[in-house]
Design a protein around this ligand. Sequence first.
Ligand SMILES: [Zn+2]
Length: 298
Amino acid sequence: MKPAFIAAILTALSFIACSSAPLPPLGENDFKGTGICQLAVHGFAFPAQSEKAINDSVRQLLERHRVALGFVPKPDFRLRMRVFGNYADYTNATFSLYWTNAADRRALQGRPFTVAGFYTSATKEIVTWKQQMPGFLGTTLLHEASHAIMDAHYDNVPAWLMEGSADYFAFALHPPGELQQRMMRQRWTRLNEWLRDRSLLPLEKLLNATNTDFKHLDPEKAYTTSWSLFQLLMSNNNNRTMMLTMLGERQSLHEKPPECSAQIDRLHYGGLKKLETAWHAWIIAGSSATNAPRGQLR
Ligand SMILES: [Zn+2]
């Protein structure tokens, strides 16, 4: 799940709508499509052109993940996306069918519901509404599609890695538009502010945050710092190899996965402390490159 920070696609969604029309029963058979994306569309006709654009984007996104992380995509991987025609049906379905447990509701912490779309591993679907469906997948939906890809190919992905990689790949897929560039500049600025006023999340806390912990962090800080750390780890081969070793050790476990900070302390050539120092230096160096987004794959 990701709160949508992108103003242009967020719009004024800060209410939970009540629809008088009962929701249609939702099921497996709703999903149609012969491409990598299976779409379930409720209450409107989905343009064939958009369906093609979504399939193209998701195929590219999967390829980026494959190249960066070095896994073999499952031949039967399909991305399932449920799209509602109106906002009321979307929010009703969210709260009656998907976010039914107390932890999900608590995660909102009294904040308005401004989630433009989300991925749920329980049913392996992205759920959204048609507001978010321009000619190609928007950054938010690419973010959710990344979760679907990671969920299909890995177990025990730490929350920071799940969220950081999703933003990284979502930003990197298409040449960044003006809005995305502005957002990335803002992220670098905020990172530097947090570093200066000593309010950046401690690396150990970020690395070890469970999914529940993560939902209770300040969302802007949690997503921005995760994105920044993932960028740094993707920025050179040693870091990337270290991260992939860490992730590899968390696969096919019979017991609880180890603390991510302990793994990195052991696997990083200078331990956790050195990585934290390198991360801070990365943030400072990045602040001068305001107009050169560093979310691109290298
Ligand atoms: Zn997310």
